[in-house]
Design a protein around this ligand. Structure first.
Ligand SMILES: [Zn+2]
Length: 178
């Protein structure tokens, strides 16, 4: 038995406007939506944050979130969706149970989920990139079921992106030359 409010509500599903359910998760309409049609995809097995969630469940809830997003496009005439998981209290997570938000968006709607971009120095980007790469290799090394090809695909892409940024940086530098 858990003290989690969401787990308690899952047990008494009548409290929800359930729009989809299977063995692993359910999708409901948010009772206090950011906009009409705001849906939540909730795994049935309790986990507080995504790091504690089984890989199969993570995969499944995002597949379902994608389908819910398609339904929002088709039935509500949305122009876009935000698929958001607030992971941890400092990231805006309000209840201690993993939840994926699927939020319908329309042009000029009142929501604002954008952030102000700031300039990162090349040095900062390089340091952060190498720290993350080392850690990512460490995470994936123990996971047999994660195909190695996926990891290899990601790394050249990241390097290519870095290369591209450097190219852009050089081009900008050249343009500034008299
Ligand atoms: Zn729970």
């Amino acid at each position: 038995m858990t003290d989690c409010d969401i787990c308690k509500l899952i047990e008494s599903k009548d409290a929800f406007k359930v729009i989809y359910e299977d063995d692993i998760c359910l999708a409901i309409l948010h009772e206090s939506p950011s906009v009409s049609g705001h849906c939540l995809v909730i795994p049935k097995k309790h986990s507080t944050i995504i790091e504690e969630t089984d890989d199969e469940v993570v995969e499944h809830i995002f597949v379902v979130a994608n389908k819910v997003s398609s339904a929002i496009f088709d039935t509500l005439g949305a122009h876009g969706t935000n698929i958001v998981l607030n992971n941890g209290a400092d990231a805006g997570q309000e209840l201690p149970h993993v939840v994926v938000n699927v939020i319908p968006r329309k042009e000029n709607d009142p929501l604002n989920l954008e952030w102000q971009p700031k300039q990162a120095s090349q040095e900062e980007l390089k340091t952060t990139s190498s720290m993350m790469k080392v850690y990512a290799e460490h995470i994936y090394s123990g996971k047999d079921k994660l195909p190695e090809v996926k990891i290899k695909k990601e790394e050249p892409a990241a390097e290519k992106e870095e290369g591209k940024k450097e190219d852009d940086y050089l081009v900008k530098g050249l343009k500034r030359m008299p």
